[in-house]
Design a protein around this ligand. Structure first.
Ligand code: RB5
Length: 150
């Protein structure tokens, strides 16, 4: 992944800026679709913008941050083709790429500190989907999404 969408609500503006600076320093190209102020706003709006860019193939993946990471991940997952995960530690982030082919990483600015957030982002970006039996399982998730049945 080289080009990423990043979005946030008011609870995560400062963390978003710090993650942006961190990733730009590593050479990632970012599209910022979140709020840049601390004024209260609705996280589904930012989650949708991140998810849409990913689903449309305009970026390789997305990062979405709110207070807990939960609300914004729920919003992202309503967009077809999105597998958003809310992570509070690096192991889950890494495995969500390897086994679940996650394409949006979410976390909570009120849950973790910036250094843990950077570790989570690194773990997620450095991991690759393993395919094989995991592809079959991801395909089943997609079937549920498309058909609303298995
Ligand atoms: C905003 O207060 C908060 O609800 C939001 O950032 C997020 O935690 C929702 O899941």
């Amino acid at each position: 992944m080289k080009k990423l969408a990043i979005g946030n609500d008011h609870a995560a503006t400062q963390m978003k800026f710090e993650i942006m600076e961190y990733l730009q320093g590593k050479g990632y190209e970012l599209i910022n679709v979140g709020t840049d102020t601390n004024e209260s706003m609705d996280y589904p709006v930012s989650g949708y913008k991140v998810a849409k860019l990913v689903a449309d193939g305009q970026v390789d993946g997305g990062i979405a941050i709110c207070g807990t990471g939960i609300g914004i991940s729920l919003a992202c997952n309503k967009v077809k083709g999105i597998r958003a995960v809310a992570c509070s530690e690096p192991y889950s982030a890494k495995m969500s790429r390897r086994h679940n082919n996650s394409n949006v990483l979410c976390f909570g600015a009120r849950v973790i500190g910036i250094e843990t957030a950077k570790d989570i982002v690194d773990a997620w970006l450095d991991a690759e989907f393993e395919g094989g039996r995991h592809q079959r399982r991801v395909d089943l998730i997609t079937k549920i999404e498309q058909d609303q049945e298995l």
